[in-house]
Design a protein around this ligand. Structure first.
Ligand code: B4P
Length: 194
């Protein structure tokens, strides 16, 4: 089993690159952003609660997100491996993920951190907001999401650096070029399925 974390600020391309990685390496994709948006669209109690935070550009509380991840891992007992997209976003989430995986006799093997300058992030998210209809893709909320990233999520990179799992990747090239760089790192652990 191979487990990968795709890490980076809002708009760095985690969701975009995850799709390419999933189709080439046949990993199971766990995106907390997608899971939360699904809960919101179905108006579940979890979704109603999560929406209050997401609409303000704030992170959803750790216990909510960790519970969702735990059940997704359990639903895929024969997985070739997981790609965690947008999770963990806080140090307690990173510690909880390590515990969950340890319980299943596995671990995070690699963390790829997409590094993109802030003006480019803002440009991408505003442009996505023009068509996505996402309530968190407005300039005001994007600015708050980036602030939240610096305060709570960036320290997660140090956590993985301390565990010798972090690789930094330039993320402001084109989508195919960025994918090529990511595959160079992944191929050291797992080859694509042809
Ligand atoms: P997420 O859904 O995780 O997403 P994201 O931060 O918007 O961005 P991502 O990096 O995936 O960007 P994308 O590929 O789409 O989070 C949304 C919210 O959910 C959070 O703010 C939070 O409230 C909540 N949440 C999620 N996970 C949580 C957790 N673990 N704990 C607590 N709360 C959580 O790319 C963006 C745009 O850029 C796209 O339009 C794309 O086409 C474009 N793009 C990508 N790569 C490009 C490139 N190389 N060149 C040009 N454009 C590119």
């Amino acid at each position: 089993m191979f487990n990968l974390v795709l890490f980076g600020p809002p708009g760095s391309g985690k969701g975009t690159q995850s799709e390419n990685i999933v189709s080439n390496y046949k990993l199971d994709h766990i995106s907390t952003g997608d899971l939360l948006r699904d809960e919101v669209s179905r108006h579940t109690p979890l979704g109603i609660e999560a929406k209050k935070f997401m609409d303000q550009g704030m992170l959803v509380p750790d216990e909510v997100v960790i519970g969702m991840i735990s059940s997704r891992i359990d639903e895929n007992p024969n997985s070739r491996g997981f790609i965690f997209d947008g999770f963990p976003r806080t140090r307690p989430q990173a510690e909880a993920l390590d515990k969950l995986l340890e319980f299943k006799n596995t671990a995070i093997h690699l963390v790829l951190s997409l590094e993109v300058p802030e003006p480019e992030l803002i440009k991408r998210l505003i442009s996505r907001g023009e068509t996505s209809g996402r309530s968190d893709d407005t300039e005001e909320v994007i600015t708050r999401r980036i602030k939240e990233y610096h305060a709570k999520t960036q320290p997660v990179a140090n956590y993985y650096y301390e565990h010798s799992k972090l690789e930094r990747v330039v993320g402001d090239n084109s989508i195919p070029e960025t994918f090529k760089i990511l595959t160079k790192h992944i191929n050291k652990y797992l080859l694509p399925v042809t």
